[in-house]
Design a protein around this ligand. Structure first.
Ligand code: NAD
Ligand code: MN
Length: 496
């Protein structure tokens, strides 16, 4: 495997304004907000803050860019493909810089961003570049003298609102299929992590996209996010974030123009370990499933179910591994465990752990903030003794807290693991094909991982059952969300 280069510790901040119509512009009222480094709490820079009027301006630019006769509407699909591939090439060219910027702004471990996030981002653009001329309609045989066919047309002006936990990946998941299908887009990155989206916007110009095709408006949810979700000229909105915000976005759609929605919300995903596994492999995988990115992943394996025959040994080894993690500067190549995104999240996680202990759980390691570091660090934490109905067992923690539950039978664990408001992921480790197949069939979840975890690929759809959301990102499925179906009936002469 290629070695990971050293991170650029202080990547230059090149873009801090709104990106509208391929130009950098301050907010109309001059507002800006502070962006900080989660690993040190230091201020990185000020970024222009989009308000309602700025969002209107961006939507107007996207509307102009989508008009019949515009450069973008006239562009042939193979040229759209070329532009998306150009963008992928430019991101690849600047991979080291972009990965460093992501770590600076988000605090996640550089090694992983470089090795895992950036390749996924690049591949997502290339994958959708291949789709620009392949999303076919149908010809439909009906009774009577008609020819009936469907076409897939772009929806028009789209919006995207994305979270702070995987800023670049979320950008790619929304931008690539949206532009591949010929739409235009206004993207609002999280107010916490706007920097890499702004940099990628600069590459959009270099790649050759016409003005107004992609616009980036950093700002807060209650202002810029709300303006987008209520906008009468946005026809489709894709959102990833919390359940509560998802609810507001669905209401906003109903209160405005019934814009189509893709909602990718949280999870409380089970990872089920049967007793036939290689114990060390399973312990390692379960640790990766919850501690990666300090637990700040919607598809984290946040409920580990372990068979009673191996429970004690599994728990012992899990605690050992959690204690061994190297906590520190996410820019360092040997750091395993970085900070939480901000103090608010850190406090929330610590409060949930404390409540869990009050409710009767046993804290085996961690559970505290890391002393001596200026960033928002929480120790890798392992807990047992939860009952399924406790708050801590039901709510998404979004932190480095492994909850290990004990089970006896497969029927029991299927029932318990499905008993959640969420349904994003179900993971299972076993060498017994029948157990694997049964879990895969019975899981009420959008993705099932068998003997693996975090296996994500642009080619395969991703999304949730139940309150984990609606619609799918990635794969061919995402194209449906970014297109309207048009049915054309043509009256034909009768056969002679
Ligand atoms: P959030 O839902 O508040 O924010 C996500 C995005 O929505 C951000 O861009 C935000 O500005 C925007 N937003 C906020 N309020 C809005 C509104 N009223 N209208 C329109 N847009 C709005 O999530 P968060 O505060 O960043 O994180 C809180 C919790 O959300 C986490 O603890 C976690 O449980 C969950 N979360 C889930 C995911 C995921 O991938 N599913 C990602 C991040 C956070
Ligand atoms: Mn659904």
């Amino acid at each position: 495997m290629a070695t990971v280069p050293c991170a650029i510790r202080s990547p230059e901040i090149k873009f801090t304004k709104l990106f509208i119509n391929n130009e950098w512009t301050p907010s109309l009222d001059g507002s800006s907000f502070t962006v900080a480094n989660p690993a040190t709490s230091d201020v990185i820079c000020q970024v222009s803050e989009a308000k309602q009027a700025d969002v209107d301006k961006a939507v107007f630019a996207a509307t102009e860019a989508f008009k019949v006769g515009s450069k973008w509407r006239q562009m042939v699909p193979s040229n759209r493909s070329k532009l998306l591939n150009n963008l992928a090439d430019l991101i690849e060219r600047d991979r080291l810089y972009i990965a460093s910027l992501e770590t600076l702004n988000n605090g996640k471990v550089f090694k992983r961003v470089y090795e895992r996030d950036l390749p996924m981002v690049i591949h997502t653009f290339r994958y959708y570049a291949g789709w620009t001329d392949k999303h076919h309609g149908k010809t439909i045989p009906i009774d009577g003298d008609y020819m009936v066919y469907t076409t897939r047309e772009p929806v028009g002006v789209c919006g995207a609102i994305i979270p702070w936990n995987v800023p670049l990946i979320m950008l790619a998941w929304k931008v690539a299929p949206c532009l591949a299908m010929g739409n235009t887009l206004v993207l609002k990155p999280s107010e916490v992590t706007p920097l890499t989206a702004l940099y990628v916007a600069s590459l959009v110009v270099e790649a050759g996209f016409p003005p107004g095709v992609l616009n980036v408006v950093p700002g807060f949810g209650a202002e810029a996010g709300s303006a987008l979700s209520h906008h009468m000229d946005i026809m489709k909105l894709s959102f990833t974030g919390s359940v509560n915000t998802g609810r507001l976005i669905q209401k906003a759609s109903a209160d405005s123009n019934f814009k189509n929605l893709t909602l990718e919300l949280g999870g409380k995903s089970p990872l089920i370990i049967f007793p036939d596994v290689d114990l060390d492999v399973a312990v390692g995988a379960a640790g990766v499933a919850i501690f990666t990115q300090a637990g700040q992943i919607c598809c984290a394996g946040s409920r580990t179910f372990v068979h009673e025959d191996i429970f004690d040994e599994f728990v012992g080894k899990s605690v050992e591994r959690a204690k061994m993690k190297k906590i520190g500067d996410p820019m360092d190549v040997d750091t395993d465990h970085g900070p939480q995104i901000n103090k608010h999240q850190q406090d929330r996680i610590l409060a949930m752990i404390e409540q869990g202990v009050k409710d009767g759980c046993t804290l085996l390691c961690g559970g505290k903030k890391v002393e001596g570091l200026k960033g928002h660090y929480v120790q890798p934490t392992v807990m047992i003794g939860m009952s399924d109905h406790m708050e801590i067992a039901r709510q998404e923690i979004f932190g480095p807290v492994q909850l290990i539950f004990k089970f006896k039978t497969i029927a029991e664990v299927i029932e318990r693991s499905n008993a959640s408001q969420y349904g994003l992921i179900a993971g299972v480790f076993t060498n017994n094909i029948n157990n694997a197949m049964t879990v895969a069939r019975c899981a009420r979840a959008g993705t099932v991982w068998v003997n693996c975890f975090f296996a994500l690929n642009a080619n395969a759809p991703f999304g949730g059952y139940k309150q984990s959301g609606s619609g799918r990102d990635l794969g061919e499925e995402a194209l449906d969300a970014y297109t309207e179906v048009k049915t054309v009936y043509i009256k034909t002469p009768p056969l002679v």
